[in-house]
Design a protein around this ligand. Structure first.
Ligand SMILES: Cc1ncc(COP(=O)(O)O)c(C=O)c1O
Length: 226
C-alpha cells in the first residue's frame, strides 16, 4: 500500500481526503490541492452517476483507504493521480491476467491498432482467437465476442429462454445493467415493471428462498445465474 494522501468519497457526499502518518490515517478535508479531490469535483459535474461501471465507484471501497482515480499501471501495480503506488487487486475486474503493460500484449495491441483500427468486416484474427478459446476452455464449443459483460450475461439469459422455451430467470449476485436483471434491483428507474414477474433476485446461500422461488415458477424456470 502507498503512503501519503488518499482520496475517497460516497455518492452525493463530499470527497474526503485522508493522510497516512506512520500507521495512522487522518482525515484532512482542507487539503484542496489534492489532484483526486479536484478531479472528483469535475467528475461529479459531468459524469452521470460517477464512473461508467458502478463497481468502480469510490463508495464501494473502504472510505479513506482506497484510491479513486488511476493514472497508469505496470505489472501488478497501479499509480493513482496523486502518484501513489498500489497493488491492483481488482485487475480491471479480471481481464488483465498478465498485468498492466505486459510487453507482448501491449506490442500486439499497438501493432493491431496500426494494422486495422476497428474492422468493418470479420477478420482472420477473430477466427484464430475463437479457435484458441474453444481449444483451451473445457466445454466451450463456440465463441461470441462482445464489448462488455452486460451484453454477454443478457445474451446468456436469452439463450437459456430460447433453448428451454421457459420464461423465468433467477439471479444471485451482480450480473450487469440489462433490463431483466435491473428489474430485480433498486436501480430499476426506467425499467418496465412487468419484467419483475419473470426475473427474481435472491441472496447468496439462501437455499430455502431458492426452493420457494423455483416452486413458484411452476416448472417454467429457464436459468439460475450465479
Ligand atoms: C459477474 C458480472 N457479470 C456482469 C457484469 C457486467 O459487466 P459490464 O460492466 O462490463 O457490463 C459484471 C461487472 O462487474 C460482473 O461482475
Amino acid at each position: 500500500m502507498g503512503s501519503g494522501t488518499l482520496p475517497c468519497g460516497q455518492v452525493g457526499q463530499k470527497l474526503h481526503v485522508m493522510r497516512r502518518i506512520g500507521k495512522v490515517w487522518r482525515r484532512e478535508d482542507d487539503l484542496v490541492s489534492n489532484k483526486s479531490q479536484s478531479l472528483w469535483r469535475r467528475a461529479e459535474k459531468v459524469l452521470a452517476g460517477g464512473p461508467a461501471t458502478l463497481s468502480k465507484h469510490p463508495a464501494r471501497f473502504p472510505q479513506g483507504l482506497a484510491p479513486v482515480f488511476l493514472d497508469r499501471g505496470n505489472g501488478a501495480y497501479v499509480w493513482d493521480v496523486d502518484g501513489q503506488r498500489w497493488i491492483d487487486t481488482i485487475a480491471a475486474l479480471g481481464p488483465i491476467l498478465l498485468g498492466h503493460d505486459n510487453g507482448a500484449v501491449s506490442d500486439a495491441a499497438q501493432g493491431q491498432a496500426y494494422r486495422l483500427t476497428s474492422a468493418s468486416l470479420s477478420t482472420r484474427l477473430e477466427v484464430e482467437v475463437a479457435e484458441r478459446l474453444v481449444e483451451i476452455i473445457p466445454g466451450a464449443e463456440q465463441v461470441r465476442f462482445a464489448s462488455n459483460g452486460k451484453d454477454i450475461t443478457e445474451a446468456a439469459v436469452k439463450v437459456a429462454r430460447y433453448v428451454t422455451g421457459k420464461q423465468h430467470a433467477i439471479y444471485i449476485g451482480y450480473h450487469g445493467g440489462f433490463s431483466d436483471y435491473l428489474a430485480t434491483t433498486d436501480k430499476d428507474g426506467g425499467i418496465l415493471g412487468y419484467l419483475r414477474l419473470y426475473n427474481h433476485q435472491l441472496p447468496w446461500r439462501d437455499l430455502k428462498a431458492l426452493d420457494t422461488t423455483m416452486d413458484s415458477t411452476e416448472n417454467n424456470l429457464a436459468c439460475i445465474m450465479l
